[in-house]
Design a protein. Sequence first.
Length: 404
Amino acid sequence: MKRVLFVDDEPRVLDGLKRMLYPLRNEWRMAFVTSGREALELLEQSDYEVLVTDLRMPEMSGVELLAKVVSRHPQVVRMVLSGTADQEIAVRSATLAHQYLVKPCDAATIRATVGRAFSLRVMLDDPALKQLISGLHNLPSVPSLYLRLMEVLRSLDVSPKEVAEVVSQDIGMTAKVLQMANSALFGIQRQITDPTQAVIYLGPEMVRQLVLVASAFSAFQPKSLRHFSIERLQIHSLAVGGLARRIAQSLELSPAALDYAFVGGLLHDVGKLLLACNYPERYDEAMRHASEEGVLDRIAEVQTFGTTHAEVGAYLLWLWALPDPITEIVLRHHEFPADPAAVYSPSVAVHVADALGNGGFDPDAVACLTAVGLGEKLAGWQRSSRETRLGRGSHVEAHPVCGR
Ligand SMILES: [Fe+2]
Ligand SMILES: [Fe+2]
């Protein structure tokens, strides 16, 4: 049974929720409190799995409560149920909450949304992972430039130039965003050299995601390790992001799925950065073992940490409240779906791009792609991957690096 905690300063609203959610009493154990302070007390005392909070509250605001829950109870699923039209509050909570619901909201919507947010958490509910994460000292919060960009993007009539101006405030960030933009647009006639063009070609939403990716890479700067190179990982990530997007395109996925494939591809190995930053000696040793013994990186990681970079990376993105499809891509990037119907997805695009980027491909996956009629496309993707690695059409030279 899920334990769900509702917080709203208006008793009337809580009464309404109680009545509306009464039919769910056999599925959820629910508690209703009127302040952030009471909510934190309850969270200390017992294991709530989901928090649903209002934003505008006296004493402790919903944003403050969410931030406290992120640091004290990171495993709790965080949701907002608010009627606030205040943009700033909404923006600030967007990176703290996994889901955002607007009042009034019916029981079916609340149930479905809690269910969705909860299912990903269940996948990440692994004791070894939890222990590892709780020991991390370098777990950066959501970058401030990203928050500023979200604020700008909330206004409906924002121009590409205005978005570009925000990105340009950070030169290092601009360079990284342009580099990623060029890898996404592999094959267009010319290179993109200024942020305004990047916004025009990719759209402001994609640029926002790129800022987040670039921030993740700058947030983790592991000291130089002998058996792990952050530079090579960045090159690999760019190549996988770009290729995953092209694969998604050739699978005729929706525009949103193309974006997920690209961003998911860029971030798929972010867990490696997290491990290398927080446990440099142990990670270096694991990677030494992987390369000298010829075992997959993820197997060496399991032997050392009890979990892999896929789970660790997905957990970080879950904490950052990134869209669930991206977190799921990262979590599953080593798997090929057992169900042939699931092949047409951004997750598979990233899986295939990663496998090709590493120069290897699981024969079962080849058989599966062939069985669903994608055998011919695979040859084309292999060509694209080789071209990416040779640096044609992109200004980075990619190598197969991450032993997955
Ligand atoms: Fe990987
Ligand atoms: Fe990889």
